[in-house]
Design a protein around this ligand. Structure first.
Ligand code: FE
Length: 343
């Protein structure tokens, strides 16, 4: 039976038990957090850390690319200690821009599986989202069972998906480059463009709305947008959940594509110790539960329970390909999307 998680390794279990039984060490001072995570439920993450450690978090929120540019402009004088953002391609962009630094943390190494960590320890994934296929149950008798199936001409005029400027589109294309090679990934992208129901537009929730409105028969979205519509009213989706079916793709091969939300320690962090402590806190059982309960994500640390809305989507086999390998394919993915005419 496919499962969302591989079993805990022994080392990971020992570290998990240590973390669960000993509260974070008290440390004084502050932490300057640059964050582009746009979920208000993250408040709990921050206030619990402040209470446990006595470290005050000063938050600067903004668009990821603006935050990265700001850190670059601030250079060695940057007050940033930690950058949090979403998606592997953005984490990699931050690394390439030189705004992160490698760190040593036995806790992070033990808590987080290798495949959600940057090879050079500059960024860490703290939560995951599966990017899966949704479809209109009334109109689609045989939904695509894999990402590759989306290229099948029988789905001509049916697919709604986000634009090539969107990081989720770039990252899943980069994952296909990893699995299929550049040549096949290019053929795939070209064929998927041929199956578009409309020019790419809007966010993930808009793709789900497209199914409800009848404009799209098949759509791609991250799981948390759908789980959110289960948990609370989302306009244009929640009232019609019954008509939407979903497929965790590639369960017979490499598994469903996972994208990451994560972060790293800033290159010139004035409070580096606090920054490392904060990242270690984000990998703790308590913080990992918030990612699931608050924003319907999958915890990156093995063995942490998921919230009821997320559990409703069911168990599945995730693609555990190394995020660093995907990140390295992003330039190739962007080129492929351009060549395919993916707007
Ligand atoms: Fe999102």
């Amino acid at each position: 039976m496919p499962s969302f998680r591989t079993p805990l390794a022994c080392a990971g279990l020992a570290a998990a038990m240590m973390l669960a039984s000993s509260p974070l060490a008290l440390a004084n001072g502050e932490l300057n957090l640059y964050s582009s995570r746009h979920y208000d439920t993250d408040e709990r993450l921050y206030s619990d850390f402040e209470e446990a450690t006595g470290i005050k978090i000063n938050r600067i929120e903004g668009n990821a690319d603006e935050l990265i540019a700001r850190m670059q402009a601030e250079g060695a004088n940057s007050p940033a200690d930690v950058l949090l953002t979403v998606d592997t391609s953005r984490l990699e962009r931050a690394k390439d821009a030189g705004v992160l630094q490698p760190i040593e943390s036995d806790v992070l190494a033990a808590r987080l599986p290798d495949y959600v960590r940057d090879d050079s320890n500059q960024w860490y994934g703290f939560s995951q989202r599966a990017r899966i296929i949704f479809y209109d149950k009334n109109d689609v008798a045989e939904p695509p069972m894999s990402y590759e199936d989306l290229a099948d001409p029988k789905y001509a005029g049916q697919i709604c998906i986000r634009s090539s400027s969107n990081v989720y589109t770039q990252t899943i294309t980069a994952a296909l480059v990893e699995h299929l090679g550049e040549e096949e990934a290019r053929d795939w992208a070209t064929a998927v463009v041929g199956n578009f129901a409309r020019d790419p537009q809007g966010g993930d929730t808009d793709q789900l709305r497209g199914i409800v409105s009848g404009e799209c028969d098949i759509a791609m979205s991250n799981t948390y947008y759908f789980a959110r519509a289960i948990r609370k009213p989302v306009k244009g989706v929640s009232d019609d959940l019954d008509m939407i079916g979903w497929v965790f793709p590639n369960q017979d091969s490499y598994g469903a594509h996972m994208n990451l939300s994560g972060g790293g320690v800033a290159a010139h962090a004035p409070n580096k110790d606090n920054a490392v402590l904060f990242l270690e806190y984000l990998a703790s059982d308590q913080a990992q539960k918030y990612f699931s309960a608050g924003n319907d994500e999958y915890p990156a640390a093995p063995g942490v329970g998921i919230s009821p809305s997320v559990a409703q989507l069911g168990f599945f086999k995730p693609d555990d390909v190394d995020a660093s390998a995907i990140a390295a394919n992003i330039p190739a993915a962007q080129k492929i999307l351009n060549e395919a005419g993916w707007k």
